[in-house]
Design a protein around this ligand. Structure first.
Ligand code: HEM
Length: 650
């Protein structure tokens, strides 16, 4: 069964012409803004002295234009899939017509996106080689570019993802498919953020993480509005009453999402700009800084649009007042022009020289760590040190904020939630913060001993608090339910996920213990560990896996609101922790018994001025892992005893 095709007849032709006129018009505005920004900001192609390699004006101007087209087509693809998956209410079985047609428009947007990425790939090679595009179209040059050069690899990864999104959207019939397509499309927006300006600054971890958050939030916000405007425009040209029916549900939900994205865009944009500007003065003394101010102004204007929508169209739609839907679509169209111009401004910014020189002379240790080598560890530094890890900060902010929003909506409904759970949750978040961006997190990049201790703190201590905080139960009580009959609400999606095969598998003790063993032996005693230590994203991935596996393990023992069907028998409550403890013991003994140093190349390359005996530090790591494991064991036993003999807080 295929997704619904475009409507036929005169009305459809008029609709297509109007839409095309709007898209081309907006595209021209964006390109005009881009040209002005490049010319004014210093990102425009400069005349090259004779004899030096010159890629020529086609590449100089074509490359940023291709990026703008790729960004806008990508954002439209994300938006149309997001509208189908989350914004426009559809029954579980099949997307409503408007949403289904939107996914087919997403296929065409994805095709434009893929074409723009291919152009960007060739022009980037031409830019790097300093030859005109025709010469860059050399098979062996292209092969080594996509295989060895980070920009080449990122663009090929993006291209593959975009083609997968196009294929999936083509056959999307249900909310599930649309959701998968949305996530993949958002993912496909990110590869370029991993290269370019971000990856070449001193604190590249913070720069890369903030730009990823920035691009994802912009895509969901601008894309969501574009998706809704298209649905409103499409249904409106057919049956205006139907349009109001659809938008009166979709727009209030989008308004909540837009609010979150707006804050995320502002914070991540300021953080990213801060890394590149390196201070306040360049904000007004450098062209890069002035462009950043222009973006902040654009964000202000867009905030005004949002405020106006909340006062007029969102309330109007809620009251189903006539004209509100049409007004929403018209104002959204203007807003989308401003947003597209801002995206073009952003691309111009990404090609403008930054005040902080990209090729900073950084020591090998700083290059490996992404921050300067910390001084020798002390109790104070372990307790009070910190490092701005962008990914961890994003996780911590979301964990603290989303739990808070859940509490607020319970309070608004005058429903109780045990204080013990709130305390447990935020205590868990604080422990994660200490092991990632805090003192222990700092030294986990430098010392094997601190790394293993941080692993156990993330894998066995923090999850005690996080699991006792019962976030899933809180979500199940506060996520929105269905808006129309038969629509699977977000609450239902959560229940379905818990009841799904994967949800049940994640509660099987054998499976969880296997994951624990893999995260210990599979990571440290293979070539994976040195590879992951050398790469910032690798280090973040390890932290995420340790925390995730730890939460699955502790959930087996402590989940306060575990469904009766998955309550653990007293035997299991003994076997699981004993098995986990045995695994940890064997692991610690293995590490302590090794003469060889794990990830020797990495730790030697740091040339740290303290704890130079790598073997001794490794043995200390094994000991610390055992100690932290034991502390976690006592904590768990304590909770089980309190729960057994008192009407405890969890
Ligand atoms: C306070 C407001 C904002 C600030 C400080 C800000 C800052 C930044 C910075 C520093 C970059 C990285 C540029 C580079 O690579 O050198 C960036 C990229 C980007 N920004 Fe913003 N931004 C803001 C608002 C916005 C808004 C409102 C939008 C869209 C509606 C937006 C869309 C983008 C996009 C799409 C990129 C990635 C461009 C690319 O390389 O493809 N930003 N922003």
């Amino acid at each position: 069964m295929r997704a619904p095709g475009p409507p036929a007849g005169g009305r459809a032709r008029r609709e297509r012409t109007d839409l095309l006129t709007f898209v081309v018009g907006t595209g021209l505005v964006a390109v005009a803004v881009l040209v002005v920004v490049l010319a004014a900001g210093g990102g425009a192609p400069q005349p090259v002295p004779a004899g030096l390699p010159d890629s020529g004006p086609v590449t100089g101007w074509g490359l940023p234009v291709a990026r703008v087209v790729a960004d806008l087509a990508g954002i439209a693809t994300v938006g149309l899939l997001l509208a189908a998956a989350v914004l426009v209410p559809s029954p579980a079985a099949r997307l409503v017509i408007a949403a289904g047609r939107g996914t087919q428009v997403a296929v065409r947007c994805a095709a434009v996106w893929a074409a723009a990425v291919v152009v960007e790939l060739v022009l980037t090679l031409s830019d790097i080689l300093g030859v005109p595009p025709a010469q860059a179209l050399d098979a062996s040059a292209l092969r080594s570019f996509v295989a060895q050069v980070p920009q080449g690899r990122a663009l090929v990864a993006q291209l593959v993802l975009v083609l997968v999104v196009a294929g999936l959207a083509r056959v999307t019939l249900t909310i599930g498919n649309a959701l998968a397509g949305t996530v993949l499309a958002l993912l496909a927006m990110t590869p370029p953020a991993l290269t370019g300006h971000s990856a070449s600054t001193g604190s590249h971890d913070l720069a890369v993480a903030s730009l990823l958050v920035h691009v994802v939030a912009v895509s969901a916000w601008v894309g969501g509005l574009a998706g809704l405007a298209w649905v409103g425009f499409h249904t409106g040209s057919g049956r205006p009453a139907r349009r109001t029916d659809v938008l009166c549900h979709a727009v209030p939900r989008f308004s909540v999402l837009a609010g979150w994205c707006y804050v995320a865009v502002a914070v991540s944009g300021v953080v990213n700009a801060g890394v590149r500007l390196g201070g306040w003065a360049p904000l007004v003394t450098s062209s890069y800084g002035v462009l950043v101010l222009a973006k902040a102004a654009a964000l202000g204007v867009l905030g005004g649009f949002g405020w106006w929508h909340r006062r007029r169209t969102v309330t109007g739609l809620r009251d189903a007042s006539t004209g509100a839907a049409g007004l929403f679509v018209r104002v959204a169209a203007v807003e989308l022009v401003v947003m597209s111009a801002t995206v073009a401004l952003a691309v111009g910014l990404s090609r403008t020289p930054t005040p902080v020189p990209e090729t900073l002379d950084v020591s090998p240790a700083t290059d490996l760590l992404g921050f300067p080598m910390p001084p020798a560890p002390s109790l104070l530094r372990l307790l009070a040190g910190w490092v701005p890890d962008g990914f961890a900060l994003t996780f911590l902010a979301l964990a603290a904020l989303l739990y808070g929003v859940g509490l607020r909506s319970l309070r608004r409904r005058r429903e109780r939630w045990p204080t013990g759970r709130v305390v447990a949750w935020y205590a868990g978040v604080v422990v994660v913060a200490w092991a990632t961006v805090g003192g222990l997190g700092v030294y986990s990049h430098v010392l094997f001993s601190a790394h293993l201790a941080a692993h156990l703190v993330l894998g066995a201590v923090a999850p005690v608090g996080l699991v006792l905080g019962a976030p899933v139960a809180l979500a199940a009580r506060t996520l929105p339910g269905p808006r129309v009959p038969d629509e699977p609400g977000l609450r239902d999606l959560l229940r379905e996920t818990r009841g799904s095969r994967w949800g049940r598998l994640a509660r099987q003790p054998v499976v969880v213990l296997l994951l624990v063993a893999t995260s210990l032996f599979g990571v440290y005693l293979t070539a994976l560990f040195p590879a992951l230590m050398r790469n910032h994203l690798g280090h973040v991935a390890m932290e995420a896996v340790f925390l995730g596996v730890g939460c699955l393990l502790l959930r087996l023992l402590l989940e306060p609101s575990a469904p009766r069907s998955s309550r653990r028998s007293p035997a299991a409550l003994v076997v699981v922790p004993v098995a986990a403890a045995a695994l940890l013991l064997v692991f610690c003994l293995t590490v302590a018994g090794r003469d060889g140093v794990l990830a020797r190349g990495y730790f030697e390359a740091l040339h740290r001025p303290y704890a130079r005996d790598l073997v001794a530090d490794q043995h200390l790591g094994a000991l610390l892992a055992g100690v932290v494991g034991a502390v976690a064991g006592v904590l768990v036993a304590g909770v089980l005893v309190v729960r057994r003999f008192t009407r405890g807080p969890w």
